[in-house]
Design a protein around this ligand. Structure first.
Ligand code: PHE
Ligand code: ZN
Length: 880
């Protein structure tokens, strides 16, 4: 077990390695309880390492069998071994060969880090520090080695033996019932990219011919019987490979690319070189069990992991502080891929929704940290929305500022200069400085300062001078541990919209650098004057969400209504609708808290009406525009003294007004929803999204037969998207047929674990008084499994983060349930527990009664003495 109070690791303490490991030969004899691992490494001192510098290899829960140097077993006095460390006291001066043997127990590995078993299949997870749970090693990403892996296992149990790279040899172990395979990966890589898989799996094969004519073997490995569910993932993989060639000139570099789907996985998926391992949720799909959102997620995650082959694997991180070097850049790349496959505007809206709902609260709470943190206790806790999503926004801003050509030239230079290296954010930015001739010193603050900048914008039109003045102010709100901040460089895309909806071209601009439609706002305060502006325009600012900032722009309701109808930027049309809705929701929430009568404004209803009948908008965009800000988004906007029940009532009152006022139009849309064979493509998916959005409003209209209509949609649905939408409505609105529908869904899908996750999640997120009891009861359901991370996420995580009124119940039962679960799960799987624990992060923003309850739940966790390092870190920071 790990110690609780490990010292903080600091970026400024980084030191070059004293030794390097050039080649690694792993011989792994697989056995459920006693796997023998023999590691032969060629080691050498790095330049400047003094004589007698001990070699300290990392371990985690290891037991050592033997250790040799250059063929000679080491005397006991020559080394020290503990489960966490192997120290060779005085290694030879010349390069030498070290052989280390360890024994590990994969069947007892419940953390799902290192070598473990998922439904009998052996698999590994080594990022970030899991390799040290397999063998003693220099387990840090700047140690790049060439790996050869020999796997041996029972031939009957494990007909499939996979590791990184290309297959070199296979055979029977003579005189036994075992067989072996040898894999060789010619590309030097850090240990966190090592992987192996062994088991009895079905293979779905395909091929891809690269741009330069190499034929690559593609395989997806899944449980037997699931072969038919891999078509979409394979199709997504081939499209990703083609796209990376066409968009960035990047080709695949091995003769085989393997993907394995497993059902027990802590995260989404892992980019191990040539052998990606996936949470099966991001591989398996058919219309019967997967929603349109699942299809889109699979496409994005397959692409993400594939794109890591260049951004992460060929060029990796020097240390874990540089995590965003691979993650931010790779998220940016997968977002661009999805935009090219689907509608760019709709994808942008979805990404911004995610950023605002996950990253903004993180950045505004006790767990805030810079995109590149400077310190950590447990690196597993830094796979965050800030590193991933804000990290992607920073790369996007770079492109916005430099323009597409200089951006592409900078990336080309990055691949040319750093291929085969473990590098840093500084080196990355230097490539863009060199390609563009620009100084990115100030820009680099985006990596170092935590907190979401708030930008205030005010405008004034002077008819006599025909000038339009924009006053900008930026500020980063206080963040724990961050004393001073400096002004960021904020690229603001903008348009000056004339009364017809056309963008004006101003004569000249004073006070800021403007290129095309991008204005650089790089001081604390800045006044920008546009000249020769013949009519008073409406300023459409931060178009396409060009920077991850909160914008406070004083627009009148009329101006917002105007932008919602006329802005040429579809993102800002959507944003204007959201802002209108948000203003109303905040107003309604305070009215409810003050026990005043509530009456939602009619303006938003008119906007909804005109959006629904706008022939120029596609269905997916309409569905996005009609989706009100979420309860957590409203809470965030309110910022303090939050009462989740009042927020929910406010949102429901607006929903019900819209449902009643628009019922005729809504019904038409519902009835026009796509019939016939299912296709996951963007177009029909958008139509389904719109129809289900319409149903969501229609369900609270006065129309007769509403609940029969929803129940009927549930019964007749020919795909999971529509079935789940109807089920969610029935359950969340507690309609008469809810129990019956839940039972029917259960019976239909009980043999499919991923579909049942949706069944658990629907109930866990129901905003009903008994939700906490229902969740507690479902934890005893035969299909619930606390050791399966997907199940924990479906039931507990979705309750804690997707059911704000019931998680934060005034009787404290929601917090209590989650706190107890965190403690129970922590013993088994610290990563899953600490993730669940982050759902408390906004506790201080709650009204006093609820925040006191949350605090005592947190204190209860904190008082537990055997807490994992992962959970200790989160609870300490959350309470600080
Ligand atoms: N590197 C993985 C990804 O982004 C995520 C991951 C991290 C998976 C740690 C497992 C463990 O794609
Ligand atoms: Zn990634």
């Amino acid at each position: 077990m790990r110690s609780e109070t490990a010292p903080a690791i600091r970026l400024e303490d980084y030191q070059l390695p004293r030794y390097r490991i050039e080649t690694v030969f792993l011989d792994i004899n697989l056995d459920p309880t006693e796997t023998r691992v023999c590691t032969r490494m060629s080691l050498a001192r790095t330049a400047g390492t003094p004589d007698g510098t001990p070699l300290e290899l990392d371990g985690d829960d290891l037991s050592l069998t033997s250790v040799q140097i250059d063929g000679v077993p080491l005397e006991c006095s020559a080394y020290e071994a503990s489960p966490e460390k192997l120290t060779i006291k005085a290694p030879p001066a010349a390069p030498f060969e070290l052989i280390v043997e360890t024994v590990i127990n994969p069947s007892a590995n419940t953390q799902l880090m290192g070598l473990y078993q998922s439904s009998g299949t052996y698999c590994t997870q080594c990022e970030a520090e899991g390799f040290r749970r397999i063998t003693y090693f220099l387990d840090r990403p700047d140690i790049l080695s060439v790996y050869t892996t020999r796997l041996e296992a029972l031939a009957n149990n494990c007909p499939v033996l996979l590791a990184n790279g290309n297959l070199a040899e296979t055979g029977r172990v003579e005189g036994t019932d075992r067989h072996f395979a040898v894999w060789h990966d010619p590309h030097p890589k850090p240990a966190y990219l090592f992987a192996l898989v062994a088991g009895d799996l079905a293979k779905v094969p395909d091929r891809f011919t690269t741009r330069s004519g190499t034929s690559v073997e593609l395989n997806i490995y899944v449980e037997h019987g699931k072969e038919g569910l891999c078509g979409w993932a394979m199709d997504s993989l081939k499209r990703s490979m083609r796209w990376d060639e066409e968009t960035f000139g990047l080709e695949y570099d091995l003769s085989v690319f393997n993907i394995v789907a497993v059902s027990d996985f802590n995260m989404g998926a892992m980019e191990n070189k040539g052998l990606n391992i996936f949470n099966d949720k991001y591989v398996l799909a058919d219309p019967e069990t997967a929603t349109d959102q699942d299809y889109a997620n699979i496409e994005a995650v397959i692409a993400h992991e594939y794109f890591h082959n260049w951004t992460g694997n060929r060029i990796t991180c020097r240390d874990w502080f540089q995590l965003c070097l691979k993650e931010g850049l790779t998220v940016f790349r997968d977002q661009e891929f999805s935009s090219d496959m689907r509608s760019r505007a709709v994808k942008r809206i979805a990404d911004v929704r995610l950023l605002k709902s996950h990253q903004f609260p993180e950045d505004a709470g006790p767990l805030a940290h810079p995109v590149r943190p400077r310190t950590y206790h447990e690196i597993n806790n830094f796979y965050t929305a800030t590193v991933y999503e804000k990290g992607a926004e920073v790369v996007r801003m770079l492109k916005t500022m430099l323009g597409p050509e200089a951006f592409r030239a900078g990336l080309d230079l990055y691949f040319e200069r750093h291929d085969g290296e473990a590098t840093t954010i500084e080196a990355f930015l230097k490539c863009f400085e060199d390609s563009s001739g620009r100084d990115l010193g100030q820009f680099s603050l985006w990596y170092d300062q935590a907190g979401t900048p708030v930008v205030a914008a005010e405008t004034e039109y002077d008819p006599a001078r025909q000038s339009f003045t924009l006053s900008l102010t930026q500020e980063i709100p206080p963040v724990p541990g961050q004393k001073t901040t400096r002004a960021n460089v904020i690229p603001l895309r903008f348009g000056l919209v004339d009364p017809n909806g056309t963008d004006l071209t101003p004569g000249s601009v004073d006070g800021a650098t403007v290129s095309g439609d991008v204005l650089l706002f790089d001081q604390q305060h800045q006044t920008v004057t546009f000249k020769n502006v013949p009519v008073p325009p409406v300023l459409s600012l931060q178009r396409a969400f060009s920077a991850p900032v909160r914008l406070n722009q004083k627009l009148s309701e009329d101006e917002l209504l105007f932008l919602a109808r006329k802005d040429s930027d579809p993102f800002n049309r959507w944003q204007a609708v959201q802002t209108l809705a948000m203003q109303d929701l905040v107003r309604l929430t305070s009215a409810i808290r003050a026990h005043q009568p509530v009456s939602p404004s009619e303006g938003i209803i008119d906007v909804f009406r005109s959006i629904l009948s706008d022939g120029s908008l596609d269905a997916a965009l309409k569905a996005q525009a009609l989706t009100l800000p979420g309860e957590a988004d409203i809470a965030q906007e309110i910022g303090k003294d939050v009462d989740p029940d009042a927020i929910r009532s406010a949102r429901e009152s607006l929903r019900s007004l819209a449902g009643k006022a628009l019922s005729g139009q809504l019904l038409q849309i519902i009835e026009a929803s796509p019939a016939g064979a299912y296709s996951p493509d963007a177009e029909p998916a958008g139509q389904r999204a719109l129809a289900n959005r319409a149903l969501h409003y229609f369900a609270v209209s006065d129309a007769s037969g509403v609940s029969a209509l929803v129940a009927d949609r549930f019964k007749t649905a020919n795909n999971m998207t529509d079935r789940l939408a109807a089920l969610t409505l029935l359950v969340h609105s507690n309609l008469p047929r809810a129990a019956e529908a839940l039972a029917a869904f259960h019976d239909r899908h009980q043999s499919n674990s991923l579909a049942m996750d949706k069944w658990f999640m629907t109930q866990a997120t129901a905003p009903l008084k008994d939700a906490a009891q229902v969740v507690a009861r479902l934890m005893d359901h035969p299909l619930y499994d606390p050791s399966n991370p997907n199940k924990v996420r479906a039931l507990l995580q979705s309750f804690a983060s997707g059911n704000p009124t019931q998680f934060a119940r005034v009787d404290g039962s929601g917090f209590k349930l989650v706190a107890e679960s965190v403690l129970a799960i922590d013993k088994r799987n610290p990563q899953v527990a600490s993730r669940l624990l982050t759902s408390f992060r906004s506790w201080r923003a709650l009204e006093p009664q609820r925040s006191a309850l949350a605090e005592s739940a947190l204190l209860r966790i904190s008082s537990c003495e055997e807490l994992s390092r992962d959970s200790r870190d989160i609870v300490d920071r959350t309470l600080q």
